[in-house]
Design a protein around this ligand. Structure first.
Ligand code: PHE
Length: 373
């Protein structure tokens, strides 16, 4: 029969010291079994209440139901066994409490612990964008023949983007430019626009500096073009300008040819065709022999898709600086002459690196970027 702490010893027919010891043995075993189920703080609290609770805990009940009403001859034995039991109970409780605290600490410290055996986090190094790399290549080539590099604002006034380049207000080439104008407050002193080419820097440079001038201007330009494989509303140009007292058309073609051969290789051929720009006279378009078909217009699979069979690819606009432009910057057109060119960088990069979609430059897909470390 299991010991009951709700009944007196007499009610349980416990009359001898041996029976008292056996009874406490049972209680002790029960306490230990109970304690084994205690795994955390909450269960530990419940255990304490059940065994040590002041009002209805087992220890209180033993005091009230077993010890106090015990007959005189049994009292001593009950007192002794009870004390033994309390000491033992305290000892196992202490042990368990320490185990639980240690466990809790272990759980907590596992959270903040740094596992030094884990592999490190590799942060991949970025690289310069292909357009930047091509800018650098071009800058290096022109730098080696005496040009310096200047940069200018992407937001321009119509004066620098058009007027001073000999493009007056109602000149039809403005239509070709499909310009982005800024929305400005009504009381703004004048219009502003995203520059449609890097040519405004020709004017800004000559305003600041007397001849000789030899500069290139790498930069981003904007036109209201609908995006497709060869068009983007933002793209890149390198402007070139050389002005001095004795610059001839030969200097011009020689410089361009030198650049193209440095950039694409000695085998590439160049040609120019007459063209028109309001700020150059005469004006030309520069072509290079197609780097994909070697200028033949055909490949193993038929007509070359890149030059469409022409054998030539249009590279940039250029020309001798129109004397009218000198009037805007205070140069004497009778004393100076020079040439200017505007290279489309995206097209150049696409040709050199075999890229068939200009959008790849702007999407910044790392799978694309990684191919040009
Ligand atoms: N600015 C012209 C364009 O964007 C290119 C150019 C530059 C032509 C310099 C002649 C001289 O189309």
């Amino acid at each position: 029969m299991a010991a009951s702490v709700d009944k007196t010893l007499a009610e349980q027919s416990v009359l001898s010291a041996e029976q008292v010891a056996a009874l406490f043995g049972e209680v002790h075993a029960e306490a230990e079994a109970d304690l084994r189920g205690v795994l955390n703080e909450k269960q530990f609290e419940e255990f304490r209440n059940h065994w040590l609770g002041r009002k209805a805990g087992v220890v209180t009940k033993i005091t009230d139901n077993w010890l106090k009403p015990a007959p005189g001859d049994l009292k001593k034995a009950v007192g002794q066994e009870f004390n033994k039991f309390k000491v033992a109970l305290e000892a196992v409780i202490k042990e368990r409490r320490a185990a639980i605290e240690a466990g809790a600490e272990e759980v907590a410290s596992a959270k903040d612990r740094v596992d030094l055996s884990l592999p490190g986090v590799v942060r991949p190094l970025g690289s310069r964008h292909l357009i930047r790399q091509v800018f650098q290549e071009i800058e290096d080539i022109f730098f080696s023949i005496g040009f310096s590099v200047v940069e200018g604002p992407e937001i321009e006034t119509p004066y620098y983007n058009f007027e001073a380049l000999n493009i007056p207000e109602h000149h039809p080439v403005r239509d070709d430019m499909d310009t982005f104008y800024m929305e400005l407050p009504k009381n703004a002193p004048g219009q502003l626009l995203l520059r449609t080419h890097t040519s405004p820097m020709q004017i800004r440079t000559m305003e600041k500096q007397k001849p000789p001038v030899r500069v290139i201007v790498p930069g981003r330009v904007y036109r209201r073009d609908n995006p497709d494989a060869t068009h983007s509303f933002a793209f890149h140009q390198v402007e070139g300008l050389a002005v001095d007292t004795d610059i001839t058309f030969c200097d011009f073609t020689g410089t361009i040819e030198y650049f193209v051969k440095q950039f694409f290789g000695a085998n590439v051929k160049t040609r120019f065709r007459p063209s028109y720009f309001p700020f150059t006279e005469p004006s030309v378009e520069f072509d290079v022999s197609c780097v994909f078909c070697g200028g033949s217009g055909t490949t193993a699979s038929g007509t070359c898709g890149k030059c469409k069979g022409a054998g030539w690819i249009e590279l940039f606009g250029a020309g001798m600086v129109d004397p009218a432009v000198y009037g805007f910057v205070g140069y004497d057109p009778k004393k100076v002459s020079g040439f200017a060119f505007g290279i489309g960088i995206d097209r150049l990069a696409m040709l050199k690196y075999g890229i068939d979609d200009i959008q790849a430059f702007f999407q910044n897909d790392v799978r694309f970027l990684k191919q040009f470390p």
